[in-house]
Design a protein around this ligand. Structure first.
Ligand SMILES: O=P(O)(O)O[C@@H]1[C@@H](OP(=O)(O)O)[C@H](OP(=O)(O)O)[C@H](O)[C@H](OP(=O)(O)O)[C@H]1OP(=O)(O)O
Ligand SMILES: Nc1ncnc2c1ncn2[C@@H]1O[C@H](COP(=O)(O)OP(=O)(O)OP(=O)(O)O)[C@@H](O)[C@H]1O
Length: 431
């Protein structure tokens, strides 16, 4: 993932050995504090090893600001494009993004109370207006897509599904000293709006800023284009609003090459066949492994995830020659894409003075303040090969449920229409 996303934002951490007794106690402690939906997960307490990562809620670049107050915004942006694969069987997948469809199922299952107005395609559009709408929607309905930390402590967003702190006035109160250090802003609605606007501006700037100094190889790969697919989602509230106002063109200004959203999107786009196209390739590999189980390591299903592995990912052709090699390459690419679709961005911001920090590209100016920032990525462990059948089932569940709720909504509209027009409805009965 480092080669796709750049070493500046990827932290491998350090493998550390820990006493088994300590790990066992830690495991028990964590298990009792897990949100209900994650109780099925278990920490590996028997390996004796752990991964020690830096605290990514803190600034990762400049150490002279180490003791200053820090804000960190964690965003889990999810999948930022509409698939265009010819293997797709349900047309709706070309028009409505996975996140927006999934919202309906999540609300029905009780994972979240309300449908979010956030649409990843707005965030990944590179269009500042659409990005503003996306970030504002995240602030209004954080779900598990937005968290804000102050000095390493969670002050906004969900700790778990029952414990969701998302009072914008309270957030503005926390943010005011960062964005308006000299005060001068009265409190109340105006203040909240102004402070939140400043936060969104700072986030947009960091998400669009390009890093030129890392070893990211996105440029090495032929970039995967999304021109075949549309750049907006039919379910996005932003697009609907535009259409309602008679504007039929949803703009996507495009992302600057090298910015974090561009890199994540490029990695996501390695999913070129969609899970519907991938499923049969998975079956091909499974069948082969049944016959030749020892080949598993030669096919590098479980790594090592090194340069050779990375080189293989560069083959973007989608012409199936019927070989196991082709199937394995597409599976590897899919796993990288899925990882990029589920990772989180940590943006750390620390105030800095006018004459501090010579490298302007690491500074984001706001109306009354100035911040040094660092961008890091979390949750980059490659999604397992074994997940593929599960992904396939989940995909069809999401799409089917969405279609069902769409149909129910249409039926309701029709019913309401008939009710409203009851007086003048002529009904013919067969005699
Ligand atoms: O499939 P999705 O899009 O629901 O993503 C899952 C996430 O749900 P989300 O939609 O973000 O609320 C899900 O997030 P939560 O646990 O619900 O916060 C996990 O990140 C899951 O990954 P893994 O199986 O734990 O490795 C994610 O599963 P993968 O599909 O990435 O394996
Ligand atoms: N290095 C870090 N620095 C700061 N915060 C972190 C770091 N790692 C994780 N977190 C916080 O913890 C949350 C959960 O982390 P993560 O998603 O990596 O756990 P996980 O691997 O999904 O856990 P599990 O699968 O055991 O439930 C993140 O969303 C983030 O808020």
């Amino acid at each position: 993932m480092n080669l796709f996303l750049g070493e500046n934002c990827v932290h491998y951490g350090e493998v550390v050995q820990l006493p088994l007794e300590f790990l066992k106690r830690l495991c028990l402690k964590i298990q009792s504090e897990r949100p209900e939906s994650r109780c099925g997960k278990e920490m590996d307490a028997f390996s004796g090893y752990a991964l020690c990562l830096p605290d990514l809620t803190r600034l990762q670049t400049y150490h002279f600001v180490e003791h200053r107050p820090t804000l960190c915004i964690e965003i889990k942006p999810k999948c930022g494009f509409l698939p265009s694969s010819c293997h797709i069987t349900k047309k709706v997948k070309h028009k409505v993004c996975r996140f927006c469809m999934h919202q309906h199922l999540k609300v029905a299952k009780g994972k979240w109370k309300r449908i979010s107005k956030y649409c990843p395609l707005d965030l990944f559009s590179g269009n500042k207006q659409r990005m503003y709408f996306a970030l504002m929607s995240l602030l209004q309905e954080t779900q598990n897509n937005l968290k804000i930390f102050k000095n390493g402590e969670l002050i906004f967003g969900c700790r778990d599904h029952r414990d969701c702190v998302s009072d914008l006035n309270e957030l503005a109160h926390h943010l005011k000293p960062f964005f308006f250090p000299a005060n001068g802003l009265s409190s109340g609605l105006y203040c909240t709006r102004t402070v939140i606007k400043e936060l969104i501006h700072a986030l947009t700037m960091t998400l669009l800023s390009s890093s030129t100094t890392d070893n990211c190889r996105v440029g090495d790969m032929k970039s995967v284009t999304i021109s075949q697919g549309r750049s907006y989602c039919d379910a996005s509230q932003f697009s609907k609003e535009l259409l309602r106002n008679g504007n039929h063109k949803t703009e996507g200004s495009g992302l600057p090459k090298g910015c974090i959203l561009y890199k994540i999107l490029q990695a996501q786009l390695l999913d070129m066949l969609d899970i519907e196209g991938l499923r049969s390739l998975y079956d091909r590999v499974e069948q082969y492994l049944e016959e030749f189980p020892k080949e598993r390591s030669n096919l590098e299903i479980d790594g090592p995830y090194n340069e050779t592995f990375y080189e293989k990912l560069k083959d973007l052709s989608t012409e199936d020659d019927g070989t196991v090699t082709y199937a394995v390459t597409k599976i590897h690419q899919y796993r990288v894409a899925m990882t990029a679709k589920d990772c989180s961005i940590m943006i750390a911001l620390t105030p800095c003075l006018q004459d501090e920090c010579p490298e302007q590209r690491c500074v984001v100016p706001t109306s009354k303040s100035r911040f040094v920032y660092s961008v890091s990525l979390l949750d980059l462990d490659l999604k397992p090969y074994e997940n593929i059948p599960h992904q396939y089932e989940r995909d069809s569940k999401i799409v089917n449920y969405y279609l069902k709720s769409l149909q129910a909504k249409e039926d309701q509209h029709l019913l309401d229409f008939y009710k409203e027009n009851e007086d003048c409805t002529l009904v013919f009965h067969k005699v």
